[in-house]
Design a protein around this ligand. Structure first.
Ligand code: ZN
Length: 244
């Protein structure tokens, strides 16, 4: 994947940002390989701790980086806002004293991942989203309807990017500063819309090349990733980002 470049944006090299979706013990079909078992998430976080690392939300990682204090941090991100995050991911995160960013599809609260051809999973309602923030995690926007933001008309971009920020800020009565592009897909217009809407940071899906603050790469975590896989993914990220 190649990221858009306007020529005016500055590459930002960051610590690994891990990307999860559904966290559930379900054994139903998972055609897009987006469901990680809570026990596996537990093993991943235990591994981070063994390595002396701590998981935080993406905005927290960036703030720590600005202070030169991100050396032992990785960002944990969970896409779409499934109710199973509250049921199965929150307890695991809490057990390990870690935080995360949850990217909510703002126009699908109390609905499901209707954009997806796979199994339909319920998405949190406003109360559940507030509970995630109250537990100390970051809530970011993942658009209104999970539209692919490439070649998108200006009015749609405005609704998906700025509109979703407004909805979530209303729900949380707080600032929403982090954005996540559906499918990791964006073009210059989408990035410009994210900047214009007032977000501080945004992430794609990594090929690990440094993006800028509004196109930060992330590491996909597979349902079958063992501790060794995760170490390899983070090492690869570090190599691509920092050349060492
Ligand atoms: Zn998504």
């Amino acid at each position: 994947m190649s990221l858009p470049t306007t020529g005016t944006r500055t590459p930002l090299r960051v610590r690994p940002v891990l990307m999860y979706h559904s966290i559930s013990p379900s054994t139903g079909p998972d055609p897009h390989r987006l469901r990680v078992h809570p026990d596996r998430l537990d093993r991943h976080l235990r591994l981070l701790r063994r390595l002396g690392l701590r998981g935080v939300g993406l905005s927290e990682l960036l703030r720590a980086q600005e202070r030169g204090e991100a050396g032992r941090l990785v960002a944990l991100t969970f896409d779409d806002g499934y109710t199973d995050f509250g049921e199965h991911a929150l307890p695991v995160l809490e057990r390990h004293g870690m935080r995360a960013t949850l990217y909510v599809v703002a126009g699908r609260m109390d609905g499901s991942n209707a954009w997806d051809t796979g199994p339909q999973l319920p998405i949190m309602g406003a109360d559940q989203v507030r509970a995630v923030a109250a537990a100390g995690h970051e809530v970011g926007s993942h658009t209104m309807t999970h539209e692919r933001l490439v070649g998108t008309a200006a009015a749609t971009l405005q609704e998906e990017v700025a509109g979703s920020r407004r909805v979530l800020q209303d729900v949380l009565q707080d600032d929403v500063t982090s954005f996540c592009y559906p499918y990791g897909a964006c073009d210059d217009d989408a990035v410009d819309a994210v900047a214009a809407a007032g977000y501080d940071n945004a992430c794609v899906i990594g090929d690990y090349e440094p993006g800028d603050r509004l196109t930060l790469p992330r590491c996909y975590v597979s349902p079958r990733d063992t501790a060794a896989h995760l170490v390899a993914r983070m090492a690869r990220h570090q190599l691509r980002q920092h050349g060492r």
